[in-house]
Structures are given as structure tokens and as C-alpha cells.
Design a protein around this ligand. Structure first.
Ligand code: DGJ
Length: 731
């Protein structure tokens, strides 16, 4: 008779005892300028997250925080674990799951110690050491807090000294716990030439998983980047938003679990799919980094935080220069020779770009690369197309006053190639299964050190023979089918070691060629992540360069990646006029993929002038803060502006994205990010020859306060489908 009452009472006591911090609990605060992630260590050394959100003014008050948002009973005390171990009392999605050397499939992780130290310019690194009380098995959690950028970079290392190997079944980079009323997840999906379509959904109880199993790249279907808005759907300038992205170029898993108490658990890391990892005693496994920023003023702040962080801390020469270029891919495809290329780069010079980029098709002799069916892997100049070799072209271009760059796809091979004939064991494919191709090619086994050496030497050889080469476009056009390595003793290490092998090669290349501009391309936007962007100066967002499509594609990439790294080429895709396509391309790093000689006089004059204008404004676009003013998802147009740090200059782009009757900017658009006390003049840029601006030039001056309160109409309509305005401070 008393039993149910007693049971209820003891549950209540348990709940109460877990609901508040005990006096001797220890707190570890990981803080940036505005954000705090607070970890509580209780008397039993259990590490849990008790706060992820705005930083408190007084850190001593973190101790007062009740168990983070626990709205009821957590049977395990682990729902908000800082790194949830599997196999013991955990009931939810784990961050780590292992089988110990003795076969025990459980893990317990208790706090041992932590340390905090400055790690460069406004960066603080907090390291938390955890250990299984019963096994010599350790996990170390790293949190790098970038103070000024409000970004936290988080990863873990795992090691043990058990008598034999331990198998890691799951080994996440990050495990976060976020309580709110509602969780609105924005994630992105797509396919080739259709990258980065956003979907926002209300998460309900249970697990939502974003992942990839493509092997060589994170994206094609969905990128490893997302936003979670708390309580309300994400808005541009309002509301709490966490934007996160995994710095890993291969299989990833992002798991969002609304737990039984309606709190959000997030596990981000390498995809455990087919990736059990055997860890030998004394060896350390390092997970990739998960990056996130938390904003209380919407998606805009979140993206500006990531941009600032990326430019300063991640992307090579993120605060430096970039080269404009003319690419021959869409001008010639595989059909070219020295004369054609010479004409193209001479035209590139006439156009006014910095560099000519020779794309796919310049190599292969036994199996010439005249289509995507043959030759990939045979990196010798095709003697018919380039009888005098690359060096001759490089010199030719240089004496014409333009730099020369080259396309490579060193990780891949066509079955019809000498490389495949000689080294079929370097190729990822399964015995007893028919080969299955993605773009008629297969992937080399980058887990094999000999292949790593080969891939390194593809780039190194071309650079050694042509030391003045000014640019590498690194392509990656296939995913891994029939994933199997002929030489790797651990088949389930393949996916992980592929990416590690790639990074090893890139690390070596970057050490030898620290300033070489390199474009990260993967059949379009397959590989756009901050793992690879440690080595590449820029990325190719999509093969789709239709001006209108690009407004949307670039809009969505811009939540995570800065304009200086976004390669936007003017091509013949789509129906938009060249002015529209050029204006859109200018919101990043400009390139061209057209036949310059086919431009009419106006088009050429416009493009030449646009490149000169770009020279004047590029630093504002590359280094300025991005403000989204009107969304193409909500209005007839897209409108975005970049404002310089000093707020003395801004460049404002607006595009008509719908075509209905009277579509356009019927009212003033409110600007953002200006100094209310400064005065600005407004001038239209990129006017097409023969057209007049409807904006009455430099004469009128507006205060930042006026422009941000009342706004200004860029006069976008069916006659003016794209408008670029420059704001300059006036005294
Ligand atoms: C895919 C890239 O996205 C294109 O720009 C081009 O380089 C082709 N590969 C070449 O094969």
C-alpha cells in the first residue's frame, strides 16, 4: 500500500537533488564575448552542460543555474552529458560508443581535470580530461573560444592503454545540450547544380539525422552546415540561433535529438556508418572540429561571426587578395589546342582578368583526355593538344601579361588510363563486384601512403616544372562506390582514413606552397567545408552559374562561408543579361567562363569596366560585414549589402527574383550596418552602356540613421533587374 507513495517520493527527491547545483559542484565556463557554454562537474565527477547561450555578467552566478532546463525526471543524469557515453545507463543517442579490449561494451566518463590557456589572438583553449573509472580509457575535450568572433571550435581526442585494441563504434566531435520551447532546424539539401536549398522544420521528440555516406565529400545531397533557431523560427536580425558546421570533408553525421524532457541534444561528428575504428593501445584518435556560433540577434549575426572567424583564422590568406580569372571549361570543354588557348588567354588579358585557368582535358596520351571517359590519372601533357608543353603556355600567358593556372583532379582515375593499368590496387573497388562509376571514374585509395605520395607528386611535379603557375583548381568529381581498399588492413577505417589521407597531402602541399591560390571544387559544391578550407583559398559553390539560380545558391552558402572564398563565375548559363550575371558574381570572387571574342562591343566594354569597378570595391565585399536586406524567399527580390569595418563604405546589391506584374522594389529598402551618425552619398555602379541610372547620383546625402530607418529605393523592376549601389561616407 505504501510502496507507490514511497516510490513517488524517492523519485521526487532524486529529481530535486538533480535539479540544483550542489555547493561543491565545479563549473567550467567556455566563454566568448557574448556566449557561454557552461559545464558542471558534480561530486561524482560527472560532467554535464548546464548552459549554452548568452554569457552572464558575473561568472560566479553560473553555479546558481538549475540543471539545464530539466523539465522533469532524467533517469540517468546523462541527458545533458558533455560527451554521452554508450553502453551503461545512457538511454539516448550517444556521442561515443566503444568495445573495450576485454569485450565490455560500456563506457563511463568522469572528469579528471581541466586547463585553460590563451591560444593566440583573442583565443582561449579549454581542455577537459575525462576518464573511465574502470578502464585506462580517456577522452579529452577541446573547446577553442574565439572571443571577438563569438565562435567556438570543439573537438575531442580518444586514447587508451588497455591490453589490446579497443573498437570505437561512434566518436563524435561535439555533444551539446540546448533547452528551449521549440527548435527550428534549417538544413540544406540538393544535388548537382542544385546545391543549398534550405528547409526549415520544427523538430519534434526523437532523432533527426543529417548525414552523408558519399566518402570523398560531405555534400551533394546535404552539406554539413545547419542552423537551429530556438523558440521561434530563425529571423535575419532577431531571435536565438545556433549556426553550426562540421569541418570534415567526408562522411559526417549531425544528430538532433529532442529528448524526453523536450531539450535539444546535438551530436556532430564523423558518420559511424561502416566506420568502426580499431584503436591500438597508446595511439590517439583526433576527431574533426565542430564549429558553432550562437547569436541572440538572428541569422545575420551568426553568419557575420562565422565570416569574420573564417577570414581571420581558417581560410588561407582570408584577409588577403584573390585573383580574378578566365576559365576555359565552358568555352572549349575538352576541345582545345595551343592556338585556341593562346587566343583565349590573350582575350583574358583584353578583358582585364588577372589569370587564365586551363581546365580539364590537357593531359593523357595513350588514353587522351578528350572526354570524361578516359585519361584521368595520366598527368602528362597531351602531345597533340599541347605539343610544346604546359611551360610554353605558362610563358606565353605571362608574356601576354596574364598569370596561368591549371585544373587537376589528383584523387581520381578513369579505368581507361595508364594509371589504372599499372596500379589497379591503388583504386577503391570491391573484389567480386562489378565496377560502378560516377562520371566514368573511380577514386584512388588515399588511405594508402603510396597513393598519398602519388597525389602529392601530381601537384608538386606540375609546380616544380612550372614554378610560376599562379593557381590550382582541385576538382573531385566522384563519390566512393563499392568502398574497399586492396591494401588497408582495416576495411572499416576506409572512410575516415580517406579524408585523413587527403588532409595529409594538403598539409604537405601547403607547407611547400603556402601562398599558392587553390580552388576547392567538387563537381560543383560537393566539398564546401571548413576541414578542406584550411588548405584552400576559395571554393566552387556549384556548376550552376545561371545568374538567377546563383542568387539563391550564394544566399544560402553565405550563412556559413565568406564572400572572399566564394568563386562566382560569369558564364553563359541562364537567361539573365550579362549585367545581372556580373553583378551576382561580384558578391564574391569574380571569374569568367565565356568566350570573350563572342561578346559584342557593349558586353565587352561593360565587362572591362566592371572588372575595374570590382578592383575598387572588392575589399568591401571580401572583408566587409554582410547584411541581408530583402530575402528572395519572402519578397520579389534579393537585396544584400557589404559594409566596411569602418562603416565608411558599403556596396549594395539588389536583384529582381520574381517576374510578376509590378514586381520589384516598390518601397524603400531599409539598410543595415551603417553608422547612424555618418552621412553617405549613393552612386550606382555597373551601369550597362547606353543606360542611365534612375538614382540621382552623388549630390544627395543621407544619414545612416535615415537610411536605416526610412530606407532607400534601389528602383529594382523589370527594366532594372539588378542594381549595384555604392555608399560612401561624406563629410
Ligand atoms: C567539374 C567542375 O565543377 C567544372 O567546373 C569543371 O572543372 C569540370 N569538372 C571539368 O571536368
Amino acid at each position: 500500500m505504501f510502496r507507490p507513495v514511497l516510490f513517488a517520493l524517492s523519485l521526487l527527491l532524486l529529481t530535486l537533488s538533480m535539479a540544483w547545483s550542489a555547493p561543491d559542484d565545479k563549473h567550467i565556463e567556455i566563454e566568448t564575448r557574448n556566449t557561454a557554454l557552461v559545464i558542471r562537474i558534480d561530486k561524482d565527477q560527472n560532467p554535464t552542460i548546464v548552459h549554452l547561450g548568452q554569457r552572464l555578467i558575473r561568472p560566479d552566478e553560473y553555479g546558481k543555474i538549475p540543471e539545464n532546463g530539466k523539465r522533469g525526471e532524467d533517469y540517468t543524469g546523462l541527458y545533458n552529458s558533455v560527451y554521452t557515453p554508450a553502453g551503461g545507463r545512457n538511454l539516448l543517442e550517444p556521442a561515443i560508443q566503444v568495445t573495450h579490449a576485454d569485450g565490455n561494451p560500456s563506457l563511463d566518463l568522469r572528469y579528471v581535470r581541466h586547463e585553460r590557456k590563451p591560444d593566440g589572438d583573442g583565443v582561449v583553449l579549454t581542455t577537459i580530461y575525462l576518464k573511465d573509472p574502470q578502464y585506462p580509457f580517456e577522452v579529452t575535450l577541446y573547446y577553442k573560444a574565439y572571443q571577438n568572433e563569438d565562435v567556438i571550435e570543439q573537438w575531442s581526442t580518444i586514447r587508451h592503454t588497455e591490453k589490446k585494441n579497443v573498437v570505437l563504434h561512434k566518436y563524435a566531435s561535439a555533444n551539446l545540450y540546448i533547452p528551449a520551447e521549440n527548435y527550428y532546424l534549417t538544413h540544406f539539401h540538393g544535388d548537382w547544380a542544385n546545391e543549398m536549398n534550405p528547409t526549415e522544420e520544427l523538430l519534434s521528440e526523437g532523432l533527426k539525422v543529417l548525414d552523408t555516406k558519399l566518402g570523398t565529400r560531405a555534400d551533394l545531397f546535404q552539406p554539413p552546415s545547419f542552423m537551429v533557431a530556438l523558440n521561434q523560427p530563425a529571423e535575419e536580425d532577431k531571435g536565438a540561433v545556433l549556426a553550426g558546421t562540421l569541418a570534415w570533408s567526408g562522411n559526417y553525421q549531425l544528430a538532433f535529438e529532442v529528448d524526453p524532457l523536450h531539450n535539444l541534444r546535438l551530436m556532430a561528428g564523423i558518420n559511424p556508418y561502416a566506420s568502426a575504428y580499431t584503436l591500438t593501445p597508446g595511439k590517439e584518435f583526433t576527431t574533426p572540429a565542430f564549429l558553432f556560433t550562437y547569436s541572440t540577434s538572428g541569422k545575420g549575426t551568426a553568419s557575420r561571426n562565422l565570416h569574420r572567424w573564417a577570414r581571420k583564422f581558417r581560410i588561407p590568406q582570408g584577409q588577403g587578395n584573390r585573383l580574378t580569372l578566365l576559365n576555359n571549361w565552358e568555352a572549349t570543354y575538352f576541345d582545345f589546342n595551343e592556338e585556341k588557348l593562346t587566343a583565349l588567354f590573350t582575350d583574358g588579358k583584353k578583358l582585364g582578368v588577372d589569370l587564365f585557368l586551363l581546365d580539364d582535358g590537357w593531359f593523357g596520351n595513350k588514353y587522351p583526355r578528350n572526354s570524361d571517359r578516359a585519361g584521368l590519372g595520366d598527368w602528362q601533357e597531351n602531345v597533340k593538344k599541347l605539343p610544346h608543353g604546359l611551360g610554353h603556355l605558362v610563358k606565353g600567358a605571362e608574356s601576354a601579361g596574364i598569370k596561368f593556372g591549371i585544373w587537376l583532379e589528383p584523387e581520381m582515375v578513369n579505368p581507361k588510363s595508364e594509371l589504372y593499368e599499372k596500379h589497379s590496387d591503388w583504386v577503391l573497388k570491391l573484389p567480386n563486384r562489378q565496377e560502378y562509376y560516377f562520371r566514368n571514374q573511380l577514386v584512388l585509395d588515399l588511405t594508402n601512403p603510396k597513393v598519398q605520395e602519388f597525389v602529392y607528386s601530381v601537384v608538386d611535379d606540375v609546380m616544380t616544372k612550372n614554378p610560376t603557375l599562379g593557381y590550382i583548381k582541385w576538382d573531385c568529381n566522384a563519390v566512393i562506390y563499392n568502398a574497399f581498399s586492396a591494401t588497408n588492413p582495416n576495411p572499416s577505417h576506409l572512410y575516415v582514413e580517406y579524408v585523413q589521407g587527403l588532409y595529409k597531402v594538403m598539409e604537405r602541399l601547403r607547407t611547400k606552397y603556402p601562398t599558392l591560390p587553390m580552388m576547392l571544387c567538387s563537381g560543383g559544391g560537393g566539398r564546401v567545408d571548413y576541414g578542406a578550407l584550411r588548405y584552400f583559398t576559395e571554393f566552387w559553390p556549384s556548376d550552376n552559374t545561371d545568374g538567377l539560380e546563383r542568387v539563391f545558391i550564394q544566399w544560402n552558402y553565405s550563412y556559413f562561408f565568406p564572400s572572399i572564398a566564394t568563386c562566382n563565375h560569369v558564364t553563359d548559363w541562364g537567361k539573365q543579361p550579362i549585367k545581372f550575371r556580373t553583378d551576382v558574381a561580384m558578391m564574391g570572387k569574380v571569374g569568367y567562363d565565356i568566350v570573350v571574342s563572342k561578346l559584342d562591343a557593349n558586353e565587352l566594354a561593360f565587362s572591362q569596366q566592371a572588372l575595374k569597378t570590382y578592383e575598387q570595391i572588392k575589399n568591401v565585399v571580401w572583408q566587409g560585414d554582410l547584411f541581408r536586406l530583402a530575402s528572395p524567399y519572402a519578397t520579389d527580390m534579393a537585396s544584400l549589402m557589404y559594409v566596411s569595418d569602418a562603416k565608411d563604405r558599403a556596396v549594395w546589391f539588389s536583384y529582381l527574383t520574381k517576374n510578376r506584374y509590378k514586381a520589384g522594389s516598390t518601397a524603400p529598402v531599409r539598410l543595415k550596418g551603417l553608422d547612424p551618425a555618418k552621412n553617405y552619398s549613393i552612386r550606382e555602379l555597373n551601369l550597362y552602356p547606353g543606360t542611365k541610372s534612375t538614382i540621382s547620383s552623388d549630390a544627395a546625402v543621407y544619414s545612416g540613421n535615415y537610411l536605416m530607418t526610412i530606407g532607400f529605393n534601389p528602383n529594382v523592376d523589370t527594366q532594372r533587374t539588378s542594381v549595384v549601389l555604392e555608399l560612401t561616407e561624406r563629410n
